[in-house]
Design a protein around this ligand. Structure first.
Ligand SMILES: NC(=O)c1ccc[n+]([C@@H]2O[C@H](COP(=O)([O-])OP(=O)(O)OC[C@H]3O[C@@H](n4cnc5c(N)ncnc54)[C@H](OP(=O)(O)O)[C@@H]3O)[C@@H](O)[C@H]2O)c1
Length: 257
């Protein structure tokens, strides 16, 4: 499908690996200039298809740097057409094993950067009269999972923030949508099954089997499959779609709506 994204400028956070990296590659492959931030970014430029990835070092834990990121991109590239709000994942533990500092940490990982970047991007896009914001959350917003209370709680708040922005900006040419991935084969997912194997005294293969058993398609997702959904919602091909949440999970969430 022709997405019509070429020559635009995108910003993707937490994008050195996994879903963020796959998204940066997908958008660059469509001919965009993609600023991809992470702590390990080298500052290099990578040519991909007709577009490019500009790596930019940014630690989302640094609140001041995060607050200024959108302006940094606009100062350098003149505009911002697509903002993909990705964050690192939080700790996975039962609610009663978490201390207040875990909640504060997760707030600073999952909610604070989304509000800072989403607000800044919205202002720039409203001024431009055009733009698309895509928030990456998790199916755990729709179907909380054991051990996932930090993710479900703060991402529910981020999800409500995105839904509200969508309504407030709908008349200004700015669309705001959300992608909710299910289990996706990335370094993070590998780390989770390894941790579960250690905790449960099982093998990694046992833990993978347990995850996959609840997915009707019988497999994990691939990061590029999440990136495809993000690219669609970022593109003019979804021009009448705003305020929606697209689940990409091989059928794992059972809710009908
Ligand atoms: N994989 C799944 O099954 C799945 C399912 C649902 C939701 N999610 C969520 O989707 C998001 C991405 O997941 P993933 O699996 O792609 O994760 P991943 O493979 O672990 O990648 C995490 C990315 O976050 C960056 N990062 C970590 N800490 C950072 C910081 N303080 N500042 C800036 N960047 C930082 C990492 O880059 P550096 O280390 O270079 O900074 C890396 O690029 C997470 O929030 C995760 O919870 C994942």
């Amino acid at each position: 499908m022709y997405l019509g994204l070429e020559n635009g400028v995108a910003l993707v956070t937490a994008a050195s690996r996994g879903i963020g990296r796959a998204t940066a590659e997908r958008l660059a492959g469509e001919g965009m200039t993609v600023v991809a931030t992470s702590r390990s970014a080298t500052g290099n430029t990578e040519k991909i298809g007709n577009g490019r990835i500009e790596q930019l070092a940014l630690d989302l834990d640094d609140s001041d740097a995060t607050a200024g990121l959108v302006q940094t991109v606009v100062d350098r590239f003149g505009r911002l057409d697509v903002m993909v709000l990705n964050t690192p994942g939080p700790r996975i533990l039962p609610a009663l094993n978490l201390g207040w500092e875990d909640w504060q940490r997760a707030h600073d990982q999952l909610l604070r950067p989304v509000v800072q970047l989403g607000t800044a991007a919205s202002r720039v896009m409203r001024e431009q009269g055009a733009g698309a914001i895509v928030l990456l959350t998790s199916t755990w917003v729709r179907q909380p999972a054991l051990g996932g209370v930090l993710s479900s709680s703060y991402r529910s708040a981020a999800s409500a923030f995105a839904k509200t922005l969508a309504a407030e900006l709908a008349g200004d040419g700015v669309r705001v949508n959300q992608v909710m991935p299910g289990a996706t084969g990335t370094d993070r997912m590998q780390g989770i099954v390894e941790m579960k194997a250690r905790t449960n005294g099982t093998s990694v293969d046992d833990e993978i089997t347990k995850v996959v058993k609840d997915i009707p398609m019988g497999r994990w997702g691939v990061a590029s499959e999440i990136a495809d959904a993000i690219a669609f919602l970022a593109s003019p091909r979804s021009s009448f779609v705003t305020g929606t949440s697209l689940t990409v999970d091989g059928g794992a969430v059972r809710a009908a709506h």
